[in-house]
Write a protein that binds this ligand. Structure first.
Ligand SMILES: [Zn+2]
Length: 324
């Protein structure tokens, strides 16, 4: 046995020393390595609704952003997903979603701006890749008014990119970011958040629809209150032909960590305790009711189910839809 193995290794070594067979043929392929992904577009059917995930890019999530972070637990979570530990941070995507009901084309969040980070700002390229132009969009629902969700509303000159869409925002969310008392008491970092919420939506000021939650905005599309990350943070629950999907905004920011550690909060949560309570309640509900979910920081395209694993959770990505 040993001698056979040795013979094999000797032959392999000899083989490696000889010129590779394919070198005998002149190379034709001259394409450059891409070095990066092309735009990301993926469509999933929910009853009669066509839901398209659009990838804006990815952010490097630093452990410093995660409140409650424990390096050993994080390493366990990565290992359970067959990944190396990434103690200095890991990539999380930024997604937007489009819902085509057959009558309405609705964008749910629209990515970052071009200059937010070098690895984001591709929402509009993905939108074009999906064959959609901004003037075709009827409504834009914002899950909340953070830059990675509303940055794509305006161009580099501050002008509205979507000429025909109204912007549907939760009333509580709007009031919070437009409260001058909060602005006056904010530190410089938080003033930056407030400034973004105001400037990105300002060009749409004559077509903002302030919505209450837990009401259908069109047939089969309900806004759901999921407060904590921001005061008026919402999800969008789609129901059609007996199928459903909850687009849960930022309930999970770090899917590789927070399904196993749902009590870890984000430094950017306006109210961390409420965010944790909302996450706990929602994970329990979608796992119990087997509701398909996706979200703006779920690994692209993000569709799948939450399953219970002891007192933790695990995410099971939906099967790929081959209807191309
Ligand atoms: Zn976000």
């Amino acid at each position: 046995m040993e001698s056979t193995r040795r013979t094999f290794l000797t032959l392999t070594a000899a083989g490696l020393a000889a010129p590779a067979l394919i070198n005998a043929k002149p190379s034709l392929a001259k394409a450059q390595k891409k070095g990066k992904q092309i735009t990301g577009v993926y469509t999933h059917q929910v009853g009669n609704f066509e839901v398209t995930a659009l990838l804006d890019g990815a952010l490097l999530l630093s452990p410093d952003w995660v409140v409650g972070y424990d390096e050993a637990k994080a390493a366990d979570a990565f290992a359970n997903q067959h990944l190396p530990a990434q103690p200095s941070g890991h990539a999380i995507p930024v997604n937007g979603y489009l819902v085509n009901t057959g009558e309405k084309l609705i964008a749910i969040d629209c990515g970052t701006t071009d200059d937010f980070t070098p690895t984001t700002g591709n929402y509009h390229k993905s939108l074009a890749q999906a064959g959609v132009t901004p003037d075709q969009i009827d409504h834009i629902i914002t899950t909340h008014l953070h830059v990675d969700h509303i940055g794509g509303l305006i161009d580099a000159h501050g002008a509205a990119i979507f000429p025909n869409a109204d912007v549907i925002t939760n009333q509580t969310e709007w009031d919070f970011w437009h409260d001058d008392t909060i602005l006056a008491q904010a530190d410089d970092a938080f003033k930056g958040f407030i400034n973004i919420a105001r400037t990105r939506t300002a060009p749409y000021s004559d077509r903002i629809t302030l919505a209450k939650t837990d009401a259908e905005i069109v047939n089969g599309i309900e806004l759901v209150s999921l407060p904590g990350h921001t005061p008026g943070h919402i999800g969008v629950h789609l129901r059609s032909e007996g199928e459903e999907l909850l687009i849960w905004g930022d309930i999970i920011h770090a899917p590789k960590l927070q399904f196993e550690n749902p009590d870890w909060a984000l430094a950017f949560d306006v109210d961390q305790n409420t965010a944790k309570a909302t996450r706990a309640r929602l994970l329990d509900r979608v796992a119990t009711d087997k509701v398909m979910v996706t979200g703006m920081h779920m690994d692209f395209p993000g569709f799948g189910h939450v399953v219970r694993k002891g007192d933790q959770y695990q995410f099971e990505a939906a099967a790929w839809d081959y209807n191309i």
